[in-house]
Design a protein around this ligand. Structure first.
Ligand code: HEM
Length: 418
């Protein structure tokens, strides 16, 4: 850990401060040792299963198996000090490394100095890692800061306004994002909360989204989850084991990059869309119409005219405006994205309707060749449009993985070293 965590001092740093150090007197000398031990003692779950490796060529949380819960947060930068921001990225990396291993942040949630706030907020103590993954992305607006204008990749394209968009500014955009996925919501929320806490003064949460119920699968052998419209979702997705398709459609290759974007090699681009469903209208729609809208049946998830979910779809058997027919790669010159979305329900809208839908997350090698052409087509023609509305939107460049214990999130963007 470093001495400061994005403006909020760690207890070790506090020890160095004259007043506090003096007042604490002799107790401090032994206290530092006790704290180090306390930090390690606070890892009852560290050895337990369910931890996803944090280090690697690619960030976890993209091709790794989809967990049950999501807490997604978009942040705005609150400083012009590049060094302070880089320090935050290093502090976040250190905290993420610990949390994904099931360990408490810094020196833990208790057992340290009574006079200082603990490094960790404590609500994940005793919980297993629950396959927590933390995935960091940089939004287009970040490149207007810190002298990064000539490092913005062309593939991180601004999304055009699509027909039917009704975007809420307070749920749109962001200088950076963290996608936290875990099988326990408390673990995911704890992770975002602690990153936000570390970032106090340097970044602030712009908007966030909780998700329950994955709506896509990257593990095709597992049962395909259902979305809030009751249909199996994620049947035809890119599986985490399909290295060939991941290479082709998801990971940025060196050959994709130029001087602006070389730092993105091994990364990916993320589009996030908060898509509200008109649940009440959908629930009064006939089964036939519902099945026509997708071009698949509700029970099995089989394409029209086929018996099984994984049977190859015969697109011409579907209605011309069926969602699957329009979204299928064969209708889009091969365009293919990796979907990793979650259902959400955020209470009611004050008009007696649920504020519910799909928090759509999609990874691709280039936004101009993935989401944008696909959504142009869907927004113009999809039968599903009668039942949904896109109300939030953001796009992020997700840098390559953190290689090892010396590496940090975003190093390839901010540091000249290879
Ligand atoms: C609330 C909004 C949406 C719902 C409820 C929804 C639901 C579904 C369902 C049930 C399927 C069929 C099963 C499957 O293959 O996964 C599907 C397929 C698909 N959807 Fe969506 N979807 C939504 C929005 C979108 C958006 C915004 C995009 C992209 C811009 C998209 C792209 C796709 C693709 C690429 C497929 C696979 C098509 C194939 O290869 O057969 N979906 N969706």
């Amino acid at each position: 850990m470093t001495e400061t965590q994005g403006g909020s001092p760690s207890r070790r740093a506090l020890l160095g401060w004259g007043g506090a150090g003096l007042a604490l007197g002799a107790a401090v000398a032994g206290g530092a040792v006790a704290m180090a031990e306390a930090g390690d003692d606070l890892d009852p779950a560290a050895d337990a299963g369910g931890a996803v490796e944090f280090h690697g060529a690619h960030q976890a949380g993209i091709a790794t198996p989809v967990q049950d819960r999501l807490h997604f947060a978009a942040f705005d930068v609150k400083t012009d000090d590049r060094d302070a921001f880089v320090q935050l990225l290093k502090d976040w990396t250190a905290a993420a490394r610990r949390m994904t291993a099931g360990k408490a942040v810094g020196e833990g949630a208790y057992g340290g100095l009574a006079e200082a706030p603990p490094d960790d907020t404590g609500e994940a103590l005793g919980l297993k890692p629950n396959r927590l993954t933390l995935t960091l992305g940089f939004g287009p607006s970040l490149f207007e800061r810190f002298g990064l204008a000539d490092r913005r990749p062309a593939a991180l394209a601004d999304l055009p306004r699509f027909p039917g968009d009704n975007l809420d500014r307070s749920r749109t955009g962001g200088d950076l994002c963290v996608q936290a996925c875990a099988d326990d919501p408390q673990v995911a929320v704890h992770a975002i909360r602690n990153l936000a806490r570390i970032g106090f003064g340097t970044v602030a949460i712009r908007w966030s989204q909780l998700g329950f119920g994955k709506t896509s699968s990257t593990t095709p052998d597992a049962q395909t989850p259902r979305n809030l419209m009751g249909f199996k979702d994620g049947t035809r997705n890119i599986a985490g084991t399909e290295t060939g398709r991941l290479k082709k459609y998801v990971w940025v290759e060196e050959s994709d990059t130029d001087a602006r974007s070389a730092w993105m090699t091994g990364g990916s681009y993320l589009v996030a869309r908060r898509i509200r469903m008109n649940i009440e209208t959908w629930d009064r729609t006939s089964l036939q119409e519902q099945e026509d809208v997708f071009g698949r049946d509700k029970r099995e998830g089989a394409p029209v005219g086929k018996a099984k979910e994984h049977d190859a779809p015969f697109l011409k058997a579907m209605k011309p405006d069926a969602h699957v027919r329009l979204a299928h790669p064969d209708s889009n010159d091969g365009v293919t994205i990796l979907r990793r979305g979650y259902s959400f329900t955020d209470g009611t809208d004050g008009l007696g309707r649920l504020d519910a839908g799909l928090f759509f997350l999609a990874y691709q090698r280039d936004v101009r060749k993935g989401f944008i052409p696909l959504q142009r087509r869907l927004s113009a023609k999809d039968a599903l449009n009668e039942y949904i509305q896109h109300v939030g939107s953001a796009v992020f460049a997700v840098p390559p993985g953190v290689r090892d214990s010396h590496d940090w999130w975003g190093r390839t963007l901010f540091s000249e070293e290879a």
